[in-house]
Design a binder for this molecule. Sequence first.
Ligand code: TRP
Length: 370
Amino acid sequence: MEKIILTGDRPTGKLHLGHYVGSLKRRVELQNSGEFDKIFIMIADAQALTDNADNPEKVRQNIIEVALDYLSCGLDPEKCTIFIQSQVPELCELAFYYMNLVTVQRLQRNPTVKQEIQMRGFSDDEENQNKKGTPVGFFTYPISQASDITAFKATTVPVGVDQAPMIEQTREIVHKFNSVYGETLVLPEMVLPENTTCCRLPGTDGKAKMSKSLGNCIYLSDSSKEIKKKVNSMFTDPEHLQITDPGHVEGNVVFTYLDAFCTPDHFAKFLPEYANLDEMKDHYRRGGLGDGTCKKFLFNIMEEFLAPIRERRKVYEQDIPQVFEILRKGSEVARAQAAKTLEEVKDAMKINYFADKDLIAEQAAKYKAK
Ligand code: TRP
């Protein structure tokens, strides 16, 4: 069986360091591993519209931002198909049929959907003051996500932990479809990021998650100056007032980021006083190591991997029409693949009436016999 990857992001903002460690880095590695027959990377604009109905312009503006972030991180249009969800209408058609295989009650139990309904103020609970209600499209997005995955016969879906319920839902739909209509759809596996710090990079302010609305992000497109400013204002240890004071590394964002990014090579290059992070942490705990030194070290490490990303982004920014052309071509390739799967689905469901010689003959015979 072919090994196929499908994954994607909602275009609601530029991608940040949290996206990079949580998913982009892995995707580029998987792409370059040569282990996969096909890789589809989707800009999920239709899904983004399920909770941005009042702000379609935000989604429209961010398509190019996400595409630029993809390309600058090293996703290579020669090796993977980058496409825009809304340009593959077959996905909607698949979702429409899958809707009959999922109950409202099942969707209501989806933990990610539940949490997102609360976070977005859609809930109609007693406590919720504005009672906006939940858009039906939003409520059913796990089904649409099952179409995204199955349309490409994806075997492998690299995502963050918050997406686990979507993959589970997809697997249930695949089982149900195949048992009702016969073996047609491919059962996907989810792959999570390896390192747990990587799953969840905190914001620069120490809050659990990097998020645009909290204003605590480091963007892949940030300039060197912006990164320096953000690193220098990072949350550290509020009890570490004098350099000589003992310090805490737990909950200290600078050290969380060092955990995620630094290697012994970085010490040799930028901070040869220590052989590794453990030695550096010990010194910080004892007292005598200042936040300024730690931040400067972190900045050097981040610059080392962000500078080439930034440079590549600049090149693509100079030729935006070409980037749209990459997306157009990718969408064409994706559409052909999704159309093929849709045909197979409709065949399995026996709703391909005009291609169904048996049905026509059968009906003709019935009326002849009358
Ligand atoms: N839900 C994903 C996100 O929030 C985007 C997405 C849409 C996706 N369809 C997908 C991810 C299919 C993996 C597979 O970013």
